[in-house]
Design a protein around this ligand. Structure first.
Ligand code: FAD
Length: 412
């Protein structure tokens, strides 16, 4: 048995942030960051963008250099999994037989890719993309590929489609829904990106499930979609969303419901255990009126970072409820999509357009719920402030290119 102090399970974006913010906040007791991936914490977003495109090296993904951890007294243990929590004794057990006593345990276990439940999903050439190891496998396999099929037109699938199209590969995207990114963006934004990807040569099949995976010599060779159309594929990427890594919490008797359930201070039902990042389901005013109720689980860097900061502040004696406005970005081909707020597919959509790109203002129950901006960073920054402060923007103002959003956001 070793250590005590704060033990963080999951050495990703959120786990790293809480460790760093604890030290910034003056926390002097031991901080231990435990993760099942082999190396130090790194950024995932470039994995489907600049890293796969060969524009950044693995070392460029690191959240901090190795010396940072030593200099800040953050003990990092990589390549080990937390397997059980003894809440009474306040001890975390790892799969290598070691245990860590904790005063406070942070669950920052993130999420993992949903798998395709069908024969052939284990074939060589079938990939998922979550980790640096996944990206390296994908990169190696891409070298010999001429045709690629992506199952799922979500953010990661579409970013990967852009990278492949830019390499001159034949790219097909098979999506069960009627448009891309359907859970997250309006029909207008979806249509903009569909056209942009199609112009780059990507072919979409919407409203289409996969009927069969076709193998040749033990390797993926193609897919057959529900209507019988066959698509050739030297490589298949499955991008059909993620599930939270919540089992260790559930096994310890903590409440889970598509995520580890926490309160506004990110605490679980056990005051000695908190959960943050992709794995946590938390109450949010921005989720009000969404189909899942007022609690939400968000998969984004912003959420992981801001929750890490919020929790660290509580643990050093400066508690405040978590209330950050959600925001997100995705780079697809030449376009940057930025989203502030949280929308539901049924939210009203109002387009604001002048010059380059466009923004789509979403309204739920008459209130601004989210703003999707395509190549309009100024709109996005203003939207973040407007949503944070709850400033009123009518649909008419939103649609009027002459209406000064920036001035509203600045309060002038
Ligand atoms: P993670 O970063 O996933 O970290 C969790 C860590 O815990 C992982 O290393 C996991 O292996 C480990 N772990 C899990 N269980 C255990 C256990 N029992 N024991 C030990 N370790 C464990 N977000 C954006 O906002 N914009 C983007 O453009 C964007 N692009 C993305 C592109 C890709 C390819 C991916 C995969 C994600 C992207 N995201 C993006 C999402 C963003 O990276 C995540 O929301 C963020 O990493 C969540 O941080 P986290 O710490 O909660 O989880």
């Amino acid at each position: 048995m070793s250590q005590s102090g704060i033990v963080i399970l999951g050495a990703g974006q959120a786990g790293f942030q809480v460790a760093a913010s604890l030290r910034e906040g003056g926390f002097v007791d031991p901080v231990t960051l435990i993760g099942d991936e082999p190396g130090l914490p790194y950024q995932r977003p470039p994995l489907s963008k600049a890293y796969l495109a060969g524009k950044v090296e693995a070392t460029g993904l690191a959240l901090r250099a190795p010396a940072y951890f030593e200099d800040h007294g953050i003990v990092h243990r990589g390549g080990v999994r937390g397997v059980a929590i003894d809440r009474e004794a306040r001890v975390l057990h790892l799969d290598d037989g070691t245990s860590f006593a904790y005063e406070h345990l942070v669950l920052a276990t993130g999420s993992r890719n949903r798998t395709l439940p069908m024969a052939g999903a284990e074939l060589a050439g079938v990939h998922h993309l979550r980790s640096l190891a996944d990206a390296d496998c994908l990169q190696a396999d891409l070298a010999g590929a001429e045709s690629v099929v992506i199952v799922g037109a979500g953010f990661i699938g579409l970013e990967f489609a852009s990278v492949c199209a830019a390499r001159g590969l034949a790219v097909g995207v098979v999506e069960a829904g009627e448009r891309p990114m359907a859970r997250a963006v309006s029909a207008q934004t979806a249509s903009y990106f569909t056209q942009s990807h199609e112009a780059a040569g990507v072919r979409f099949a919407f409203g289409a499930g996969i009927r069969d995976l076709v193998a040749e010599a033990g390797r993926i060779a193609g897919v057959v979609i529900a209507d019988g159309t066959a698509l050739k594929a030297d490589l298949l990427l499955i991008g059909i969303g993620v599930v939270p890594n919540q089992e260790i919490a559930a096994d310890a008797g903590l409440e889970v419901a598509d995520g580890i359930v926490v309160d506004a201070h990110l605490a679980t039902g056990d005051p000695a255990i908190s959960a943050i990042g992709d794995a946590a389901r938390f109450p949010s005013r921005f989720a009000s009126g969404l189909p899942g109720g007022d609690r939400v689980r968000i998969e984004s860097v912003q959420n992981a970072v801001d929750q890490g900061r919020c929790l660290a502040a509580r643990l050093v004696g400066r508690p405040a409820p978590y209330d950050a406005v959600p925001w997100f970005w995705s780079d697809q081909g030449p376009h940057k999509l930025q989203i502030a707020g949280l929308s539901s597919p049924s939210d009203e959509a109002v387009v604001r357009q002048s010059g380059n790109g466009l923004s789509v203002f979403r309204y739920r129950d008459g209130r601004l719920s989210a703003v999707e901006s395509i190549d309009r960073a100024a709109d996005h920054m203003a939207a973040r402030r407007i949503l944070t402060l709850g400033l009123p923007v009518t649909p008419e103002q939103a649609a009027d290119p002459g209406f000064d959003l920036k001035a509203l956001a600045k309060g002038v």
